[in-house]
Design a protein around this ligand. Structure first.
Ligand SMILES: Nc1ncnc2c1ncn2[C@@H]1O[C@H](COP(=O)(O)OP(=O)(O)OP(=O)(O)O)[C@@H](O)[C@H]1O
Ligand SMILES: [Mg+2]
Length: 244
């Protein structure tokens, strides 16, 4: 069974007396260990889709199942716990706590769930190593580059060992070199560590790191295709073509 299934999901927002349909009945499945990019123009519903997958908002219709569990059947409290244990979230803004070091920011989610200090320290060491941040562990966010801050945020997302990582424009605030290192890290987490990853982006040069691309427009599914070693230019052309 696919670990992440979105089935005919509708999401509407009420803005004054207007109703905005952000998602208009979208369905997709993400396979175990897959790295999927979601592309679409600004306002097409990408972030809304990711928020619903994370259980941060609830759909008006349709269902979202993660590892077989229907998010709609959970109370807010159950959802919070489920999210903490099963989903790692990464946003465009790194959202690190400025007064905490890299090491402390990464260990934060573990502190919420575990009282075993030794196990937490060992886990954080391992994560900082994977992230290439071992020699930055005592730096606070203002003493880290943008790319390093995003890697700390990815470490925090991975701390509880979630099977699924959801990333919304994770390279949006980064220069191209830092962006590339974050993309390589995400790809490695998928290939070497078996994580299932959904990444929202509107940059073809970022989407090429994923194995497949889903294009959405006006909250609806448009197309899904494999990247198959495509270059950023190939993918840009394919993306433009799909929106015609
Ligand atoms: N809380 C909200 N209240 C009202 N409308 C909203 C709300 N959140 C999103 N929308 C609307 O829903 C639509 C989809 O928004 P969403 O943030 O999912 O787009 P997006 O594809 O992530 O765009 P971007 O690439 O600019 O981040 C937009 O038209 C947006 O204005
Ligand atoms: Mg968005």
């Amino acid at each position: 069974m696919a670990p992440l299934v979105v089935d005919n999901v509708v999401k509407r927002f009420h803005q004054g007396d207007r109703v905005i349909t952000a998602l208009a009945g979208i369905s997709l499945a993400v396979q175990q260990g897959q790295f999927l990019a979601v592309m679409g123009a600004s306002g097409s519903g990408k972030s809304t889709l990711l928020h619903l997958m994370a259980g941060l908002a609830r759909p008006n219709a349709g269902s979202i199942r993660i590892n077989g569990a229907d998010l709609a059947r959970m109370s807010d409290k159950q959802l919070t716990l489920f999210r903490r244990r099963n989903i790692g979230l990464v946003f465009q803004a790194f959202n690190l706590i400025p007064t905490l070091t890299a090491q402390e920011n990464v260990s934060l989610p573990l502190m919420l769930d575990s009282s075993d200090g030794g196990a937490v320290a060992a886990k954080v060491d391992q994560l900082l190593h994977i992230l290439g941040l071992s020699d930055r562990r005592t730096h606070r966010p203002d003493a880290l580059s943008g790319g390093e801050q995003q890697r700390v945020a990815i470490g925090r997302a991975l701390a509880a060992d979630p099977a699924i990582v959801l990333a919304d424009e994770p390279t949006g605030n980064l220069d191209s070199v830092s962006g590339k290192s974050v993309c390589e890290l995400l790809r490695d987490l998928c290939l070497t560590h078996g994580k299932t990853i959904v990444m929202v982006t509107h940059e073809p040069s970022v989407a090429v790191y994923a194995q497949e691309v889903v294009v959405i427009r006006d909250g609806q599914f448009v197309q899904r295709f494999a990247t198959d070693g495509a270059t950023g230019q190939d993918l840009a052309a394919r993306y433009q073509e799909s929106l015609k």
